[in-house]
Design a binder for this molecule. Sequence first.
Ligand code: MV4
Length: 670
Amino acid sequence: MFRKILIANRGEIACRIIRTAKRLGVGTVAVYSDADAQARHVLMADEAVHIGPAPVRDSYLVAERIIAAARLTGAEAIHPGYGFLSENAGFARACAEAGIVFIGPPPAAIEAMGLKGAAKALMEKAKVPVVPGYHGDDQTPELLAKEAERIGYPVLIKAVAGGGGKGMRRVDTAQDFAAALAGAKREAANAFGDDKVLLEKYLVKPRHIEIQVFADAKGNAVHLFERDCSVQRRHQKVLEEAPAPDMSSQMRQAMGAAAVAAAKAIGYVGAGTVEFIADVSEGLRADRFYFMEMNTRLQVEHPVTEMITGQDLVEWQLRVAGGEELPLRQEQLTISGHAVEARVYAEDPVRNFLPSVGVLHRLRSPAENAHVRVDTGVSEGDAVTPYYDPMIAKLIVWDTDRKSALRRLRQALGEYQIAGVATNTAFLIALAGHPAFVEGDLDTGFIERFRSDLIPQQTPAPVSVLALAALAVTLERRAQAAAMSVGDPWSPWSAVNGWRMNDVGWDELIFKDRDTDIACRIEYVGADAVRLRVQDKEVLVQGTLEADGTLDAALDGRRMKIGIVRQGDDLTILLPGETHKLTLVDPRVVSAIDEGAGGQLNAPMPGKVVQVLVAEGAKVEKGQALMILEAMKMEHTISAPGRGVVAKINFQAGDQVTEGVSLLSIEGED
Ligand code: MV4
């Protein structure tokens, strides 16, 4: 076993690898960019080395810096995680040349699977089933058209150099073929610098089923069964599970044997995944699965395999890379129960899953136990930035059977409390509870087909939520008033202030719920209770605000613990599986802005200044656009909060800005 390894990655996978290394007594070295100086993977590792600025091409993708960091710290091996340099044969070679073990397959095996056409030909030779089609060198349009005819429509044109769905065209009739071919070639040339294509029979109802394989350097190879990853959105996996629903043991054996044959055909060593596409137009059938591609790395979804086999795949990787034999033989591996993984993302399903950047002002995860595992790389207070993948966590659950596992998944997803960014948790709950999904009726078109069932509805906050928010605001104001009056009975706070008076009276609070102002009358009925009247409804809510930000409340006698997060005037109310955002509108503040307001205007998120629309000294009106910021592929307009004069401009077009920095300042006009 290694004495010390370097993890050439970040986020949850770096943390995941460090956890196993620690358990095995292996020293760990993290690498980090400017944006990750305080990241969880850095705090977890024994040592950490800075490798450059936030953009991945300047840090996590710079092979030389990573190898230099391994040399500097005396790490004997490098684990690349997934993504980044994990499937880069050049990096694997550079490690070997530097005398460092690359924890992954031999470079030649990475290369063999890199080109789709060559990989397919290799698989055909190894008797691994491939989708009926054409993958020859002759690319003349006439020949390709004839081949399409032979295969039978519909056919799929795929870029040989492609992957992840890029450069794919479905063609339904011979008349459409020539135009589709020209389009696919143009796209492939642009995207990959290689316009070669292959043709396949188009499968109308496919499932993505992949086999986890493992091989050691002594000629042993096994499979650790399958994962079903059919539920995807734009080629991004959303839910993964093991075993695959409705898989017969006969089909499992056939697929496992094919995957092991694939690994052996290319001299594979280490962890790999052989992806198959199964034609389920007539259900899962042992003679209708076909090789798609092989991923020569540990995959994001490996934990579901760990949960059903009881094995630690990172431990297997370290042992195999260190020259040991595989820990178990095929006949010693068995499946126990069912596991499902959901990827919790900072993205907004309502806005077409646009990534959502910002600070995780609250991040409370479900409690981990024998059934529930959380793999994450972030902590409360960390930021989701535009620099890296916005995945917050992977939630993995296990139970004895699929339906129980899905129930646990929905339950655990409901326990998430996340404020500061939008997330897909409500979408995932809808997905894990969808009748068709629960029945196991899956294919790769599932999300698109049931889109309207799955995207959460944007409903106005119910009166109960307004009441909880009103109670939280009231309790917070009282706590503040009490804190300020301590030791100073003459302070204006302990004098006859509004709160004292209102304790026996009432007040008005205005909440903005998206674009609607909702005026609520709150009556102070006790030290810890308010009655809320809004429109024609009324609720009595009582409770206490705990130190960790939990509101322990009773709504008309119904007890609940909910999360409340306040950032300035913005309130996030976190109910099980449901999040509401309200803004407290203070009539006095609004009028102050109208009369002129000054101050700093800060960057709401990290990004790039695209345009500065005003000069220093310019007079501006309330709402006037001052600066345009680009972040997450979107433009954000920074506008004047009130009438005033531009005092100072701190950035120019083209400048990169971090979250929270002062972009410009305005002096209010009297
Ligand atoms: C296909 C297919 C239907 N027929 N091939 C998409 C990614 C690429 N690796 C292979 N893909 C597909 N290949 C044939 N002959 C449908 C897909 C496909 C898909 C496959 C797996 C998971 C999700 C998918 C979503 C859309 C299309």
